[in-house]
Design a protein around this ligand. Structure first.
Ligand code: GLA
Length: 392
């Protein structure tokens, strides 16, 4: 249905038939926060909210884009790709063209239409979904033959070097590879991954997203600062003969404490403990032990609040409330933090009451009214050639 109405819109706006339809999902991260760029473990899952990209070739070197959500257009020449100050959404797309050109791929101009239902700057990875939907669409349109892993790496490069957000690879990996009703256990050192079934239905559980509606732009936030602080801690670990955070434990870290700034120690403590929690969470999920999983979620949040210092009062409220609410097994912030969203693992029977409680407390504290909704665990990026489909 979505596809049909988008196609009609494309035909109206571009006066052309689209050639390729591509889409990619946003994500939640179940656990493993700020560990991806520290070569650690993560456990994300795709959500049933996506970005869609319809595209067709042009005869010249120009790119014309229409973003239906904003009712805005942007156009640029492939010969001159520069950051846009006003239309930040366009930068993620320009970044993909920029990185593909830099890698020597032969691209031509295109007409493109974008639409999505992932809330923006809510910590649900709309940017990676945008990047992946674009790179997949261009790969199909221009027959670039990129392998899926390469797409994730190039999308990250576009975000790091063109947009200027030094993100890790979690979001791009999950957007490319996700499987329905499964979480991805990814080792961000080797980039090997495994899928872990999320048997939530069996125990009548749901995951809800709590969008705090506190928006902080990732690029200008303290995200890049956290990376620098963690890198400083890793330098000390390496000097002492430990190659990575994965190889460290709390005892070795304690021994090195005096050799690093207190802030670097706190960041390292979070990373070392969070890596362990991810492994425990994977074991818990394999055994359908949601009580243990829930406890790990709460612990992860506390560590992100106290040691990595990326939470905010609105997200802390979710966890405090969850801890005192029997139907909530666990809750934590998800994604980069500094605002954005949290997730909670909740018994279906108590979901409505939990939601009402959160709304009531948020209002009492004078917070923005949060958006609270149930999500499904969706599938990864998809692309299809419409011309081929029509002929067939
Ligand atoms: C953002 C980044 C990811 C990751 C998370 C924090 O979503 O894009 O690479 O670092 O923050 O875990």
């Amino acid at each position: 249905m979505i596809e049909k109405s988008l196609k009609a819109l494309f035909e109206k706006i571009c006066e052309l038939t689209p050639e390729v339809l591509s889409s990619a999902p946003g994500r939640i991260n179940i656990i493993g926060e700020h560990t991806d760029y520290n070569q650690g473990y993560v456990l994300p899952a795709a959500i049933n909210l996506r970005i869609y990209f319809l595209v067709s070739k042009r005869d010249d070197e120009r790119v014309f884009l229409w973003a239906e959500n904003f009712k805005e257009e942007e156009s640029f020449s492939l010969e001159n790709i520069s950051l846009s100050k006003q239309k930040r959404w366009a930068n993620y797309i320009k970044g993909i063209f920029w990185v593909l050109k830099k890698e020597g791929f032969d691209l031509g101009g295109v007409n493109g239409l974008l639409w999505g239902d992932i809330p923006l700057e809510a910590g649900l990875s709309s940017s990676a979904a945008l990047e992946i939907s674009i790179i997949n669409g261009l790969d199909e349109l221009f027959r670039l033959n990129l392998d899926p892993e390469k797409k994730a790496f190039l999308a990250q490069k576009a975000e790091n070097d063109f947009v200027g957000v030094k993100c890790g690879l979690m979001d791009q990996f999950i957007s490319v590879f996700a499987q329905k009703n499964k979480a991805m256990y990814l080792d961000c050192e080797t980039f090997r991954f495994d899928f872990i079934p999320l048997n939530l239905q069996k125990d009548e559980l749901s995951i809800i997203v709590y969008d705090s509606r506190v928006r902080r732009e990732l690029a200008t936030s303290e995200y890049n600062q956290r990376r620098r602080e963690a890198a400083e801690a890793l330098r000390v670990l390496k000097k002492m003969g430990l190659p990575s955070f994965k190889k460290a434990n709390l005892t070795t870290l304690e021994k090195m404490r005096k050799r690093m700034k207190e802030i670097a120690y706190k960041r390292a403590k979070h990373i070392v403990k969070e890596n362990r929690r991810v492994k425990k969470a994977v074991r818990a999920l394999r055994e359908d032990n949601f009580i243990l999983l829930g406890e790990l979620l709460f612990l992860s949040h506390e560590s992100l609040r106290d040691d990595y210092e990326v939470s905010c009062p609105e997200l802390d409220l979710l966890c405090e409330t969850g801890k005192n609410f029997p139907a909530c097994l666990g809750a934590r912030l998800t994604g980069a933090g500094f605002g954005g969203s949290g997730i909670a693992l909740v018994k279906k029977a108590g979901m409505a009451a939990f939601k009402n409680k959160l709304l009531e407390l948020a209002e009492k504290r004078g917070f923005n009214k949060p958006n609270i909704y149930e999500i499904e665990i969706g599938e990864g990026a998809k692309v299809c050639s419409l011309a081929k489909e029509d002929k067939g």
